[in-house]
Design a protein around this ligand. Structure first.
Ligand code: CP
Ligand code: NVA
Length: 316
């Protein structure tokens, strides 16, 4: 995003910005976003109509499947008085029919903001650099910032705050783990990531979290990570695009399954989170994800509230 029209007063310090990794935001801006999400959620729960985005349109470009991201963005824009346009993988085909930059430039002539779910994060950056409207990452191979916003909102609601809360992510050092690392560094939550050998988070992302003053603690021991944690978090062992590796990964990741034995090591009042979709019997047992400590459906609902706050702030 390059600028905003001169005649529209900015309501938010985030107006006109992109959200590709969360690293673009300061700790204060992250706190503002979470505050805004709480405010917007309260209005929604009180059934008070709130339509600040009347007449604004979001394009949602999907190169991968989705339930939560597609529905929560579309419903969220509608609830804010705006409109969202779903563009399926067969249509735009980022980087195939035209350059990502041309896609961004053209969409920006029709649309007020663009949400993209794609594979290659670099393509997303190219599209965002060319588009003169806010661009939001709806998941790339390396980042899932909207998920992390909802995750931290859930932790704040469930545990009364995020600062110094110990969060243990057990599993693949993937897009979800990366965004969680940045979000934790921005909010002061203390993240430990337990991963199998060869599946650590990208050192570049760990470096970004370190620059924010809080690199996640890395270990290959899931029991060590879970011990005393207030939040235990996991994700699928093979992400979208890694289907060919699924069988191989399954063998390697078995010791990283979140089951009752692992949850017993966590704090007594620990909660369990998962970005979903989940594979019961693989990264998490049914007893845990369907059990009393699980907050995964509150977490999924919070995608709606967190993204409404984000869209309101970027389009403010
Ligand atoms: N967690 C998440 O992004 O879910 P979807 O893939 O269904 O959008
Ligand atoms: N890591 C998963 C997250 C899905 C929401 C994936 O990229 O498939």
């Amino acid at each position: 995003m390059i600028g905003r029209p001169d005649n529209v007063p900015a309501r938010s310090p985030l107006a006109g910005r992109d959200c590709l990794t969360l690293y673009e935001f300061s700790p204060e801006e992250m706190r503002l976003l979470l505050d805004e999400a709480v405010r917007i959620k309260t209005l929604q729960k009180s059934r008070i109509p709130y339509r600040p985005l009347r007449g604004r349109t979001l394009a949602m470009v999907f190169q991968k499947p989705s339930n939560r991201t597609r529905v929560s963005f579309e419903v969220g824009m509608y609830q804010l008085g705006g409109h969202a346009l779903h563009i399926s993988p067969e249509e735009i085909q980022i980087g195939k029919r035209e350059t990502p930059g041309d896609t961004g430039r053209v969409l920006a002539r029709y649309i007020d903001a663009i949400m993209v779910r794609t594979f290659d994060h670099q393509e997303l950056e190219e599209l965002a650099a060319a588009a003169d409207v806010p661009v939001v990452n709806g998941l790339s191979d390396t980042h899932h910032p909207c998920q992390a916003l909802a995750d931290l909102l859930t932790v704040r609601e469930e545990l009364g705050g995020v600062e110094e809360v110990s969060i243990s992510y057990i599993g693949d050092g993937n897009n979800v783990a990366h965004s969680l690392a940045i979000a934790c560094a921005l909010t002061g939550a203390e993240l430990t990531i337990a991963h199998p050998e060869g599946h650590a988070p990208d050192p570049e992302v760990v470096g970004l979290a370190a620059k924010l003053g809080a690199a996640p603690k890395l270990t290959q021991d899931p029991r060590e990570a879970a011990s005393g944690a207030r939040v235990v978090y996991t994700d699928v062992w093979a992400s979208m695009g890694q289907e060919a590796e699924a069988a191989e990964r399954k063998k390697k990741f078995v010791p990283y399954q979140v089951n009752e034995e692992l949850m017993d090591l966590a704090a007594e009042d620990a909660i369990f989170l998962h970005c979903l979709p989940a594979h019961r019997g693989e990264e998490v047992t049914a007893e845990v994800i369907d059990g009393p400590q699980s907050r995964v459906f509150d977490q999924a609902e919070n995608r709606l509230h967190a993204q409404k706050a984000l869209m309101y702030s970027l389009l403010g």
